[in-house]
Design a protein around this ligand. Structure first.
Ligand code: ACO
Length: 333
């Protein structure tokens, strides 16, 4: 019996922020952003309305509706995010409460851009061994409140957007269908190349205040963009080939690749490197920016609603990001 996705859902805040809007706040321009990232606009949470937990809840409700299930049917919650409402507890428990689930387990996943793929891998273990019948996997991110919107932070802040995506997984006894494999990787030596360093337990708020250094912006994400780009294109291709090889499949078998929406240039590079046709790769970063752990479930939900994935299609989900972490999930829909 394989794990299978029974329903998908997504929630995007209604607040559309264009590149021109960002250019009002920092020294950047539409052409630069489109040329380097492919992004035209993104959504920013509405303060007081959208939070990481609330967006995740809405996406989860839609996924449950699509699956024809109720919150009482859920046996386990997996919530992937790097931008929780609170430092602790993580948003998994908020989701359990908001949905009115039974007092089931709620696990928080913090593997950044790879969070959704990591969560799928864990869900698969629970479903295969019978410990759960239905697992709810959510990716939700609220980046906008924590980005440096001055020119100093422009290399990072133009990339990210807010939103949430969710799936409900169950089991199928149809031979060959469902989740065929997951592969996970990490390389912590590059942890600080894409990170938010503080405040943290090794550099807490009193220490930061004591330094009284106006240049200290450790509370904003930092990214060595070139370094991340070079590693991303290698690891994405590697992990996709690893999944295909271990299932004795090839790129021509793929109906759709949904890469984590990091940067359109990265996705195009992988497409070329693997010799995939344009219709074999799903991209929506143009409209939503990089929503980290939410990007794959948002794209999956959209691709499904657009009819881009049909029963029997081979679907590859692959991610790379901060950690570094990367991984794949290969599924026969
Ligand atoms: N608007 C205008 N100019 C900018 C901006 C901006 N938003 N950001 C940087 N610049 C300037 C820089 O100051 C620099 O100017 P200089 O030459 O006068 O010093 C110039 O543009 C080039 O800057 P680079 O940082 O070298 O630009 P690069 O070509 O590397 O593009 C980018 C930056 C888009 C971040 C790229 O490195 C990238 O995509 N890296 C991959 C990282 C990524 O995708 N991260 C997403 C999160 S991680 C993940 O999900 C995998």
């Amino acid at each position: 019996m394989n794990s299978i996705i029974l329903g998908t859902g997504r929630y995007l805040p209604s607040n559309v922020v264009t590149n021109h809007d960002l250019a009002q706040r920092m020294d950047t321009n539409h052409e630069w952003i489109v040329e380097r990232t492919g992004i035209h606009e993104r959504r920013f949470a509405i303060p007081g309305v959208d939070t990481t937990a609330s967006m995740g809840t809405e996406a989860a409700k839609r996924a449950l509706d699509a699956a024809g299930l109720s919150p009482h049917d859920v046996d386990l919650i997996l919530f992937a995010t790097l931008s929780p409402d609170y430092y602790f507890p993580g948003p998994g428990v908020q989701l359990q409460h908001n949905l009115g689930c039974r007092t089931i387990g709620a696990i928080d996943i913090r593997n950044q851009c790879s969070g959704f793929v990591y969560a799928l891998s864990i869900a698969d273990q629970y479903l295969r061994n019978g410990a759960a019948n239905h697992v709810l996997v959510v990716g939700s991110e609220l980046h906008s409140g924590g980005l440096d919107m001055s020119t100093r932070g422009r290399n990072v802040s133009v990339i990210f957007g807010d939103g949430a995506g969710a799936v409900v997984l169950g089991r199928t006894d149809e031979p060959g269908r469902g989740l065929l494999s997951t592969h996970l990787h990490s390389q912590g030596e590059h942890a600080e190349e894409l990170a938010l360093l503080g405040p943290s337990t090794r550099d807490w708020i009193p220490e930061i205040i004591q330094r009284n250094d106006p240049e200290d912006v450790s509370y904003f994400p930092r990214m060595n963009g070139n370094f991340v780009f070079k590693h991303a294109v290698v690891r994405f291709a590697e992990v996709i080939e690893e999944a295909l090889t271990s299932n004795q499949l090839s790129t021509s078998d793929l109906r759709l690749l949904i890469p984590h929406q990091a940067n359109l240039r990265i996705a195009q590079f992988i497409q070329q490197k693997l010799g995939l046709r344009e219709d074999q790769v799903y991209n929506n970063i143009m409209r939503y920016g990089n929503t980290t752990a939410a990007s794959i479930p948002i794209a999956l939900s959209e691709a499904f609603d657009e009819g881009r994935i049909q029963k029997g299609d081979l679907l590859m989900m692959a991610a790379f990001g901060s950690g570094f972490t990367w991984g794949s999930a290969l599924m026969r829909w």
